[in-house]
Design a protein around this ligand. Structure first.
Ligand code: AMP
Ligand code: MN
Ligand code: MN
Ligand code: MN
Length: 267
């Protein structure tokens, strides 16, 4: 059995509480897992307590949404100091910036005849986190997206080239890698196969990147071999995870887990 090192809870855009994820990981027979909410460590203490109750292995984590030029790069961080001041300050700043971005997205939606209020979006988050998922769910709940158009609507309005898209501008990729490192953690590049821009990997490694998310549900066997090779040649840690969002995506917890722990970051 392995470890699922990429999951989301209600502290970002997942549907389950952290304690429910702990129970699910145990039910799925995983040896351990990490909660890696987008830009938030708000759910970690709940997961730590629940894992302790079950004497279960839990690895604190986070998935930072970063900019590398005009590309969006996701950086996973693990086992950092949860009380690190710089990290906490930056996460607070990011949360505020995210909310400003969400307001801009709502403004753009209005210009495209989707009158969604900020309050309706806020009502759909039980934490302080607001992202495109919450905005989309609010549009659906308000009946602003016809169910037959559901499939293409996210991309059309909120996708990278969508009419109401607002890019992230919260933290640079190299800054994020440094932040994790200074907080005593391990950084790993999330889903490199989805990013599809391997040419930036060497620079990230030069800047202190320590791992690659080799195992990921949408990675093909060829991509897994390629990233495994790359990680080995640079002496990087190999990580893997399902990117489980509860009811909000197709993957199940434990899909694409990193094979062996004890050495969860060696391959
Ligand atoms: P944000 O972090 O606010 O930019 O939102 C990105 C999140 O939106 C991702 O983490 C996914 O959970 C979700 N997402 C991205 N693309 C889609 C899609 N096509 N349909 C539904 N949800 C999506
Ligand atoms: Mn998400
Ligand atoms: Mn991601
Ligand atoms: Mn993720």
């Amino acid at each position: 059995m392995g470890y699922d090192l990429h999951t989301h809870s209600i502290y970002s855009d997942g549907s389950l509480r952290p304690f429910e994820l702990v129970r699910k990981a145990i039910d799925r027979g995983l040896d351990g897992f990490s909660l890696t909410d987008h830009d938030s460590i708000g759910g970690i203490s709940e997961a730590v307590s629940e894992a302790a109750r079950h004497k279960y292995t839990f690895i604190p984590g986070v998935e930072l949404t970063t900019d590398y030029g005009s590309s969006e790069v996701h950086i996973l961080g693990y086992n950092f100091d949860l009380a690190n001041k710089q990290l906490l300050q930056k996460l607070e700043q990011i949360m505020k910036a995210r909310n400003e971005r969400a307001k801009q997205i709502i403004k753009k939606l209005k210009q495209h005849h989707l009158p969604l209020s900020w309050e309706k979006v806020q009502a759909l988050t039980t934490s302080r986190f607001i992202g495109r998922s919450h905005i989309f769910r609010a549009l659906e709940r308000e009946g602003l997206i016809a169910s037959e158009h559901r499939q293409g609507a996210f991309e059309y309005y909120l996708g990278k080239n969508g009419v109401a898209y607002v890019p992230h501008s919260e933290i640079g990729t190299l800054e994020a890698i440094e932040l994790i490192h200074k907080a005593g953690g391990v950084s790993s590049l999330a889903h490199p196969g989805r990013m599809n821009n391997d040419s930036l990997i060497p620079e990230l490694i030069n800047s202190g990147l320590q791992g690659l998310e080799v195992f990921y549900p949408s990675h093909t066997p060829q991509q897994i071999s390629k990233y495994l090779e790359l990680a080995r040649s640079y002496g990087l840690y190999c990580t893997g995870g399902s990117d489980y969002h509860g009811a909000f995506n197709q993957t199940r917890m434990g899909d694409a887990e990193a094979p062996e722990i004890g050495e969860w970051y060696h391959c």
